[in-house]
Design a protein around this ligand. Structure first.
Ligand SMILES: Nc1ncnc2c1ncn2[C@@H]1O[C@H](COP(=O)(O)OP(=O)(O)OP(=O)(O)O)[C@@H](O)[C@H]1O
Ligand SMILES: [Mg+2]
Length: 232
């Protein structure tokens, strides 16, 4: 019977952990230390906001945590597994299968409809998922817009398509970089509330970068980054 119980070690592994993360960019002989020793843990299902001034390293940290930017030093663990300790092919599989991304400028493919854009990450992973894509577009209030091209959608609608797309492969975590940065304040608030509620409804962990501390108050926790380090 005891083999069926989770081991004490498994019980304490945090969902997401960064340890001693450094990232320096080199431009024209100058070194820019974007991240200078970041340690953090995020628990499963937490919705964490990452705030801080422009140039503080927020995007760099989100990319490092999301498997998009290898740190120069330090490690990132997702459910106990080192992301950058894997082969490049296994990192790509992880990014497609376990992680959802939302960017400030939506990054929808202009020649694909809303439905096709949402299906795309599933097709890349070798799955058919039209029904699930339509369900997710319904959750973000876009059932009447399935066959619209991005150019036929408002900014807020395009970002809602991107939210649905981030969830299509049933990831365990979603990373969003300034998802409301291109929207007016009312639409931005609506989109952020929708993101928080859809992610909670789907049982996902979320990390969102935002300048807007007014929106950040709605998450479970707020982290502040300044000059490449988290501040208390
Ligand atoms: N690809 C790059 N090459 C060189 N320097 C970079 C690169 N990306 C970021 N930086 C620098 O690293 C620092 C952190 O940048 P980052 O984009 O992470 O900041 P940020 O907190 O997201 O800022 P913002 O709020 O303006 O988006 C900045 O000084 C930036 O100029
Ligand atoms: Mg940024």
């Amino acid at each position: 019977m005891s083999a069926l119980l989770p081991s004490p070690a498994a019980a304490v592994i945090p969902f997401l952990r960064a340890q001693g993360v450094h990232r320096t960019y080199h431009v024209g002989g100058a070194a820019i230390e974007a991240l200078r020793g970041v340690d953090l843990t995020v628990q499963k299902g937490e919705r964490v906001f990452l705030c801080g001034p422009s140039g503080a390293g927020k995007t760099t940290l989100l990319y490092v945590l999301g498997g998009l930017e290898r740190p120069d030093a330090g490690s990132v663990f997702l459910e106990g597994d080192s992301i950058y300790g894997r082969s490049d092919a296994r990192q790509a599989t992880l990014r497609n299968a376990a992680i959802g991304y939302i960017f400030q400028n939506y990054l929808l493919l202009p020649e694909l409809t809303a439905l096709e854009n949402v299906c795309l990450p599933a097709m890349i992973g070798g799955h058919q998922s039209k029904a699930r894509a339509a369900e997710l577009l319904g959750k973000v209030g876009l059932s009447p817009r399935l066959h619209h091209l991005p150019a036929q959608l408002s900014g807020g609608e395009q970002q809602r398509v991107a939210i649905a797309r981030s969830l299509i492969n049933n990831p365990s975590v979603v990373f969003a970089d300034e998802p409301t940065g291109n929207l007016d304040s009312k639409t931005g608030t609506e989109v952020m509330n929708l993101l928080l509620s859809v992610v909670a409804d789907e049982g996902k962990t979320l990390m969102v970068v935002t300048h807007d501390t007014r929106l950040a108050g709605q998450g479970d926790r707020m982290l502040v980054l300044r000059d490449g380090m988290l501040v208390d």
